[in-house]
Design a protein around this ligand. Sequence first.
Ligand code: PLP
Length: 390
Amino acid sequence: MTAGERTLIYFDHNASTPVRPEVVQAVTACLDGLHANASSLHREGQRARAALERAREQVAALVHARADEVVFVSGGTEGDHLAVVGGAWARRDEGRRVAISAVEHHAVHGAAEVLEEQGFEVAHLPVDTSGVIDLSALDHLEPGTVLVSVMLANNETGALQPVAEAARRSRHAGARLHCDAVQAAGKVPVDAAALEADYLVISGHKLGGPKGAGALIVRRGAPLAPLFRGSGHERGRRGGTENVPGIVGLGVAAECALRDLAAEGPRLRALRDRLEAGLRASAPGVVVHAARTERLPNTVNASFPGARSDHLLIALDARGIAVSAGAACASGAVEPSPVLAAMAVPRETAVCALRLSMGHTTSAAEVDALLAAFPEALRAARAVGAHAGG
Ligand code: PLP
């Protein structure tokens, strides 16, 4: 990486986070000296096994689960598939319906599509204009609904969902609850036991760990049909030789996140307030999405009327600032995000959405640098739109 590339100010932590130095050190040591298969019975294998089990304890501690409930997977997408497909498939004789919130991540929508192809029916639970699910929908689930999926924090807006209450109502209707906690873990306290979620998913690269390592927490007694069958890995729940370096990195990242959680929450919230206040001052008419509900402390999703998402992203990138478009951009066209559409955000507002997400490396100086560059970037983006006819 060149010095120039390093100067990019990074406001895209919800997409992926910089790896923590403690994680780099642990993963490097592991790659260097822990090459054995954790299933091997010799001493080298047992050293790898011990490292794996330590990581299991670290992950369990972050989400208040028991170590034997932790199943290591390759990340959020696989964890969501294993929970949704494996959880529903294990109960296919009891019913062939699932219900997922309208604002779930593509990984959950994708898993539901797999089930649809297997003959399941998929219902979508509506959300209000803040992106929060309508809990009363859970009181009217179709008979035979075996699984409900409600995320803890939305990746685009940061909106938090009433998962504990969703779990209670789902259970009452005979459905198990899956909770995608990929964006919540490490940013807000996550207590799998208190949420009473049957399945809960986290991903290493969203909390300062490596890509390709994540965990599915399967509550004791919750049924699960494995998607990969192997030689009994992960107690028969996920076949495949474990990614020991990745899992060790995930464990250390979980430990760091837990250690820093109490201090990072208020610090990021203060940065978010400073960022939002600055944006409101420099862009009158800005619409901050999910502003009136409880949100992750690190996320701002806002629309800047007249500046299309992709134009503004490029204008900021040119000024050394990395953000995410709050709309899907492909081959010159821009489509509103399904999350904002589910929140009934008008199309012309939704196509101007931008997501700014912060994390452990974000400083007040970086927030100020973004705010200093913003008015000019906004003018540039609006000029492109005006030139191109919108
Ligand atoms: N779930 C949510 C809420 C996410 O934000 C993401 C990643 O963006 C995923 C699942 C997928 O995680 P991974 O990138 O580890 O597959």
